[in-house]
Design a protein around this ligand. Structure first.
Ligand SMILES: O[C@@H]1[C@@H](O)[C@H](O[C@@H]2CO[C@@H](O[C@@H]3CO[C@@H](O)[C@H](O)[C@H]3O)[C@H](O)[C@H]2O)OC[C@H]1O
Length: 478
């Protein structure tokens, strides 16, 4: 088995042979997310609410069993059967370190991560450890698990110190493991500083800690661009001299046509395909101009669901598969390494999804329908039923702010409308629903909790055949 490394624009093995990484993100597991498994708001809120309802021990039991079942040997075997070779594992810093006991590794901090890496290795699958959340939140997205729309990671040095400390611990643990392809040190940073000073400084420190303090020089370091892995333009010109040769740069290439808010129906028109390719090329341009290695750490459409989209479901999904296939074709031509989002969920984006007939899905059926109607998850939102309620707030802000320039806050892709969505629905309304979600577990004993957690096992999942077929066929072509 061979460590991977970066050689100019390519990832290669120790023999110098090119290895194109093709895989998926194991999201919703060691970083739980609302749309992936169905709770509202952020992971830390769901965990706290469940501990209030069940008591700490039983809540811990449930979450531990959830982690056991969500990713196991059968998942890795299936993944491998598609010809895929790399899983990006999204981890939440809270598994390793408690906010009230900083810089102390939790007991069993590495239990599930060790197991997942070993399970993947047993099937000859590489893993990339992706720090999906940082103390204080590296963005205002729910997936940063901070419960706020402002990423406080950038303004508290201590959050950054803890983050650097944590990466030292992780690198010390895995530095001799060749099945770990590398470290994706920070998912989707959103540093508001105009010159990206915070992020560059954090990358300087974390790379030094991995390379010098932990002595890990062999693993690839994957660096996301700023603003949700889309912008590299403020990165230092001589970045490899600064960060080392063994560095790859991660874009996230979500195509607008893969989402409900697409600007029109995707017809594969020349213009649409040009737009999609253009957006991808723009994201990677800075690296291409400098001959650097690019990895696409997240991409992929979401899919329509019969329970919400009715008769339209098949028609919509046919087009989402076109988007998927057209993106794959662009990447294939570039011999791009990629990691599609997402391996497993409850039926919106995953390659496999929990079957509706499981106890888990039956328990949450009505709650999920309400969550959808209220549009409390931001990802792929469909706000048709509530948009009118929030419109007056949007209008108020627009009319109250005299200078249009003041309506343009960071990040730029959060328009006034998007900001209102994030703050009022995904943070505020969601906060009120968390307790209700947790109350659904009231009175459950360990047997019932185990039954719920087991629902997430591979054996209890359906496969999104169209997606898996496209991935399998593409894997064979590279
Ligand atoms: O955990 C993941 C999370 O990493 C992911 O974050 C979103 C990624 O997309 C971002 O918007 C895109 C920015 O680039 C433009 O070109 C695209 O059109 C946009 O879609 C978004 O702001 C992030 O929150 O989301 C899914 C989570 O499960």
């Amino acid at each position: 088995m061979s460590f991977l490394k970066v050689s100019k624009t390519k990832i290669v093995n120790e023999a110098g042979e090119e290895v194109v990484l093709r895989g998926a993100g194991l999201g919703g597991w060691m970083t739980m997310e609302n749309f992936i498994t169905g709770f509202p708001a952020c992971e830390f809120q769901a965990r706290e609410a469940l501990a209030e309802v069940l008591g700490t021990d039983k809540a811990e039991f449930f979450f531990n069993q959830f982690l056991e079942h969500f990713f196991a040997d059968a998942d890795a075997a299936f993944f491998k059967s598609l010809g895929l070779n790399c899983i990006r594992i999204a981890v939440n810093y809270r598994h390793f370190e408690d906010d009230l006991n900083p810089r102390v590794l939790k007991p069993n901090a590495f239990k599930h991560l060790d197991r997942a890496i070993a399970t993947c290795a047993a099937h000859s699958i590489y893993t990339i450890i992706d720090m999906h959340t940082a103390p204080g939140g590296q963005s205002g997205g729910w997936h940063a698990d901070a419960g706020t729309h402002l990423g406080k990671f950038w303004v508290h040095k201590d959050f950054q110190d803890r983050f650097v400390w944590l990466w030292t611990q992780i690198a010390l643990r895995y530095k001799d493991n060749p099945w770990v392809a590398g470290y994706n040190v920070l998912n989707e940073p959103a540093d508001p500083h105009p010159a990206c000073k915070g992020l560059i400084g954090v990358y300087d420190r974390v790379i030094r800690a991995i390379r010098e303090e932990a002595g890990d020089v062999r693993h690839v370091v994957f660096l996301d661009g700023n603003t949700f892995a889309t912008d590299f333009t403020k990165f230092p010109e001589r970045c490899l001299e600064r960060w080392g040769e063994n560095t790859a740069f991660a874009i996230h290439d979500y195509a607008v046509y893969g989402f409900p808010a697409a600007p029109g129906v995707y017809e594969r028109s020349e213009e649409q395909m040009k737009r999609m390719k253009g957006a991808y090329e723009r994201k990677r341009r800075w690296m291409d101009e400098r001959g650097l290695c690019v990895w696409n750490g997240e991409w992929g459409p979401v899919y329509a669901r019969r329970e919400y989209d009715g008769e339209e479901t098949e028609r919509i999904n046919e087009r989402r598969y076109w988007v998927l296939e057209d993106q794959l074709e662009i990447y294939r031509k570039d011999r791009l390494s990629w990691s599609i989002w997402l391996y497993k969920d409850i039926g919106f984006q995953g390659m496999v999804y929990v079957s509706k007939s499981t106890p888990y899905m039956e328990l949450f059926k009505d709650f999920l329908a309400r969550k959808h109607r209220l549009s409390v998850d931001a990802w792929g939102k469909d706000d048709a039923q509530v948009k009118h309620i929030y419109q007056p707030i949007i209008d108020l802000i627009r009319s109250a702010v005299a200078d249009d320039a003041h309506l343009k806050l960071y990040p730029p892709l959060w328009s006034v409308e998007e900001r209102v969505t994030r703050v009022s629905r995904t943070i505020l309304v969601a906060e009120f629903l968390v307790r209700e979600w947790a109350e659904m577990f009231r009175g459950f004993d360990e047997e019932r909790l185990e039954e719920l957690a087991r629902s997430l096992r591979f054996e209890n999942c359906e496969k999104r055949e169209g997606l898996n077929k496209a991935l399998r066929e593409n894997a064979g072509l590279v």
